[in-house]
Design a protein around this ligand. Structure first.
Ligand SMILES: Nc1nc2c(c(=O)[nH]1)N=C([C@H](O)[C@H](O)COP(=O)(O)OP(=O)(O)OP(=O)(O)O)CN2
Length: 166
């Protein structure tokens, strides 16, 4: 079996400051609050004779751009089974468990995720990374892991593996 080499990037500026609230059930959610979310990504590929997987500068540039897209917004889950979102003029109106929540549209970003949890953010960012360009096909990639933290000591992650490795 060939060995894998792994590159990890988790630079200080791979982060996004955002407001959110986690929904725990049809009737239970957190109040709106914020975090400085941190992002880390690891990519593994088969060891090669050149001793270089790829220049990790590509990863840092890509991850900084993805984090910037989420920075300084209230992040809302557009695929929640419990939260209904409607556009009304320059507001986003959310309905949860009989309650109405109003947000300024210009402050919000609706994401195609079921909840605003670290694991859902990690899944979203991994999907964006894998599908926004042909990085995985350009390089011989075996595995990509995306991790998101809402604070020290707590992370959620999502892993993609090359089909033959599963
Ligand atoms: N599986 C998950 N569980 C929780 C998530 C999550 O993203 N995935 N998020 C939260 C809350 O958003 C909360 O803000 C963070 O949780 P909490 O335990 O309150 O942690 P703190 O950031 O406040 O840090 P402490 O130092 O532990 O107080 C909850 N659950």
């Amino acid at each position: 079996m060939s060995s894998l080499i792994t590159i990890e990037v988790n630079k200080e500026d791979m982060k996004f400051s955002a407001a959110h609230f986690t929904i725990f059930s049809a009737t239970e959610r957190e109040r709106l609050h914020g975090h400085n979310f941190r992002v880390s990504m690891s990519i593994s590929s088969p060891a090669n004779r050149n001793g270089l997987a790829f220049s990790y500068k590509i990863l840092k540039d890509k991850m900084r751009a993805l984090c910037d897209e989420l920075d300084e917004y209230t992040l809302l889950p557009a695929q929640s089974q419990y939260l209904a979102l409607k556009h009304e003029g320059d507001a986003i109106v959310a309905h949860f468990n009989g309650e109405t929540l109003w947000f300024a549209k210009s402050d919000c970003k609706l994401l195609p995720i079921p909840n605003t949890t670290v694991e859902a953010f990690a899944t979203y960012l991994l999907d964006r990374f894998l599908h926004d360009d042909d990085f995985v096909s350009r390089y011989d990639i075996a595995q990509v892991e995306m991790k998101v933290s809402s604070g020290p000591g707590q992370w959620g992650s999502c892993i993609w593996r090359e089909a033959s490795d599963i």
